[in-house]
Design a protein around this ligand. Structure first.
Ligand SMILES: Cc1cc2nc3c(=O)[nH]c(=O)nc-3n(C[C@H](O)[C@H](O)[C@H](O)COP(=O)(O)OP(=O)(O)OC[C@H]3O[C@@H](n4cnc5c(N)ncnc54)[C@H](O)[C@@H]3O)c2cc1C
Length: 455
């Protein structure tokens, strides 16, 4: 619990109305998408980097945990205050400070909603490619801290590929700048890359400089439905063989497809057993040619139905199906362990077989969907509360299989609380020791997001 003098100090930093301490207010900041329970002792809503730095300095002196929080949509418990402490929430730091068309950069505060930045860039003929399926409600600060990937990573890469520079407040109360406003900079160690994906454990990001691209002229979308997952996944090497990189290449298995269709009360699939959702972009002629080739390849591989979106509304209708899967799955079982494994694309068929075998072994329903184009599959181990131990055992075996296939246990959701026990499956003890030393250098008293990443 917090000392009254410390609470008074926090109030003097962020203003009385921006320090929340009532239990019903705190509940709103206690969870993320993992639904793991947490309990903040207070929530501070700073308006500027200087305020963030002063909160950190005071918390460091008092040895009080600080948990940075964006929109709380994280899938690994990163913003859950599992050890209590002060939640730092960025709803008052949500302005797009600058979009510079000549230099093709944006400068934003961490609380900016990702979709808002995308729209503002597009109004100027520019493009911010990272597109987590949660873009309508997650924040850029959270994206940076998790190195969010999403739907267009197959062609455009992930958040780290667009972060040019950062302003970061440290537990010492200092504010540092990393990187530059330019696409190139090799001055000193690459601290920008170190902070991206550090899950709020090294410093608190207070400003972000992002690279933008020219907006592609055209986007073409096709949904292809197959009798089973095997035939859908068989299309991936065919597309690669034509040297086409789609802008999105999403896979949805039977369980996920049925759940999403019944959630939305629609029938696009005609009862098919699997879906690929594929987009191409670029100059109109080239986007058209590529989508034609892809649709033909899907049919050759056994697609029973393909739907081409002729208008932006039809594109949105198809994407709505894909984006509703996550919440729709709760109709199948009350609990899910949602993992985001990655394997080399060529190993996806083997991985799916392995997942099916593990599901059968434990009598658990496992539903798969996600960014197959870059090998990143969301594996959802559905279960009842009392089945939790065997669901966790199934997850462990899935992760062991991932590591054997030379993949990674998390492609974009981060380790957080949810996967801390499994980190040693992928990262050796010496590398973990290096990571712990880095943590100590930035946060010697372990006040920043304690309990995350490392057990
Ligand atoms: C329906 C749904 C779909 C999703 N789809 C995708 C997807 O396609 N791809 C993907 O990558 N993710 C996806 N996610 C996961 C999630 O949206 C991302 O991880 C996102 O980046 C989290 O952003 P947030 O603002 O909600 O952050 P939060 O969940 O609030 O926080 C995430 C982490 O960031 C840290 N943090 C937040 N702000 C700061 C800051 N300013 N400085 C330092 N650390 C900070 C927190 O401490 C925490 O560790 C999805 C989630 C949902 C619910």
């Amino acid at each position: 619990m917090l000392k009254p003098a410390f609470v008074k100090e926090l109030r003097s930093i962020v203003g009385t109305e921006n320090l929340l301490t009532e239990p019903e207010e705190l509940t709103v900041y206690a969870y993320d998408a993992t639904r793991s329970p947490g309990r903040p002792w207070a929530v501070a809503r700073p308006a500027a980097a200087r305020e963030v730095a002063r909160v950190l300095e005071a918390a460091d002196r008092e040895r009080v945990p600080v948990v940075p929080r964006g929109a709380g949509t994280g899938m690994s418990g990163g913003s859950v205050p599992s050890e209590g402490g002060v939640v730092l929430s960025f709803e008052r730091m949500s302005s797009i400070r600058e979009i510079d068309e000549a230099d093709r950069i944006a400068v934003v505060e961490p609380g900016v909603i990702t979709g808002d930045l995308q729209r503002e860039a597009e109004k100027r003929g520019l493009f911010y490619p990272p597109d987590p399926a949660s873009s309508a409600f997650c924040t850029i600060g959270g994206n940076v801290a998790e190195c969010a990937g999403g739907l267009r990573a197959v062609k455009y890469g992930v958040t780290r590929d667009y972060v040019l520079g950062l302003e970061v407040a440290l537990p010492s109360g200092r504010i540092i700048r990393t990187g530059a406003r330019t696409f190139k900079s090799v001055a000193g160690y690459d601290l920008t890359r170190l902070f991206v994906g550090s899950e709020g454990t090294l410093g608190v990001v207070t400003e972000i400089v992002l690279r933008l691209l020219p907006l592609p002229e055209a986007v073409r979308t096709v949904a292809a439905f197959f009798p089973d997952a095997e035939r859908a996944i068989a299309v991936l090497p065919l597309i690669a063989g034509r040297r086409i990189i789609p802008r999105a290449l999403e896979f949805v298995d039977r369980g996920a497809l049925q759940a999403a269709e019944s959630h939305l009360a629609i029938d696009l699939s005609g009862g098919a057993g699997s879906m690929l959702l594929i987009e191409t972009d670029g100059p109109a002629l080239s986007a058209d040619r590529e989508i034609d080739t892809i649709e033909a390849l899907c049919r050759e591989a056994g697609a029973v139905r393909t739907i081409r979106a002729a208008t932006p509304e039809e594109q949105q209708r198809i994407w709505k199906l894909r984006k509703s899967i996550s919440p729709a799955l709760y109709a199948l079982k009350p609990k899910k362990l949602n993992e985001d494994i990655v394997v080399p694309v060529s190993r996806i068929p083997e991985m799916l077989q392995r997942i099916a075998a593990i599901g059968n072994k434990y009598g658990l329903l496992i539903v798969n969907f996600g960014h197959a184009g870059d090998g990143n599959i969301h594996v959802n181990v559905m279960h009842e509360e009392e089945e939790r131990p065997k669901a966790e055992q199934a997850v462990r075996e899935i992760f062991e299989a991932v590591v054997r296939l030379q993949g990674s246990i998390t492609g974009e959701h981060g380790i957080g609380l949810a996967k801390a026990a499994y980190l040693p499956l992928e990262i050796g003890p010496d590398a973990i020791a290096v990571m712990r030393n880095i943590k100590k250098a930035f946060d010697p008293n372990n006040i920043l997001n304690p309990g995350k990443i490392f057990l």
